[in-house]
Design a protein around this ligand. Sequence first.
Ligand SMILES: Nc1ncnc2c1ncn2[C@@H]1O[C@H](COP(=O)(O)OP(=O)(O)OP(=O)(O)O)[C@@H](O)[C@H]1O
Ligand SMILES: CC(C)(CO)[C@@H](O)C(=O)NCCC(=O)O
Ligand SMILES: [K+]
Length: 260
Amino acid sequence: MLLAIDCGNTNTVFSIWDGERFLATWRTSTEHQRTADQYYVWLSTLMAFQKIEAEITDVIVSSTVPRVVFNLRVLADRYFNTRAMVVGKPECALPVDVRVDLGTNVGPDRLVNTVAGYDLYGGDLIVVDFGTATTFDVVAQDGAYEGGVIAPGVNLSLEALHQAAAALPHVDITKPQRVVGTNTVACMQSGVFWGYVGLVREICARIKAERDRPMRVISTGGLAPLFQQSEDLFDDWREDLTMHGLTVIHAYNLGRSQST
Ligand SMILES: Nc1ncnc2c1ncn2[C@@H]1O[C@H](COP(=O)(O)OP(=O)(O)OP(=O)(O)O)[C@@H](O)[C@H]1O
Ligand SMILES: CC(C)(CO)[C@@H](O)C(=O)NCCC(=O)O
Ligand SMILES: [K+]
């Protein structure tokens, strides 16, 4: 069975894939100090608690934080006796092209989202991921990653207001009742919520105009449903988009190693 690890700047998600479905998914905060032994204690406790008797034989990792990769590799070696496949490393091939400026290190999460989007929906897509940053990935007709947009994440924007302005509290995002807030929290939520609705609409419209063709917009990330419930911004939403991409990349590389 496959252990797929999606490590973002804020959270790291572990999923166990049995070849057909995800048996379990767990989330922990991303901390580069965490050792392989710590990961294993956490993971094996959760597996035992949920009575998951999976024998993990393969590990694939996508990490936007380079420093955590070392300990995740040790986890794979020491506890699962396997060499981790790491997205973005030369030995981990991608089933799609990456057409960007020379020397650009595209975030592996964006490459994984591209692969997942193309596998599930075909080409001519915009994948919007609401993580630490909000990213827009442009997937060409042939599935290639052709660039995109990076905007500050929703929670990051709210946190920046709180950090920089002495009188602004820590606030969680929600859809405000009205645009015009009559208290500080409502004003902040309005700015970020409606500002984000506008940001997503404008960027998607401009990408479509720039490419002069219809494109479907797919979203992922915990905050996407909040926006979708309110406004019709996306053609579809998939919670497990990044995880799905990891399983596709893993299968692609297995196929390659078996055919050589
Ligand atoms: N309705 C909501 N209100 C506030 N926060 C929410 C809501 N729904 C989900 N979240 C939070 O949104 C975050 C989204 O998680 P997601 O995995 O998409 O990105 P992340 O973990 O924040 O970023 P990264 O993947 O870059 O580490 C999670 O922290 C989740 O708790
Ligand atoms: C933009 C983030 C932080 C989103 O997780 C990540 O994809 C990243 O670190 N990217 C590197 C730069 C790039 O994708 O062009
Ligand atoms: K993410």
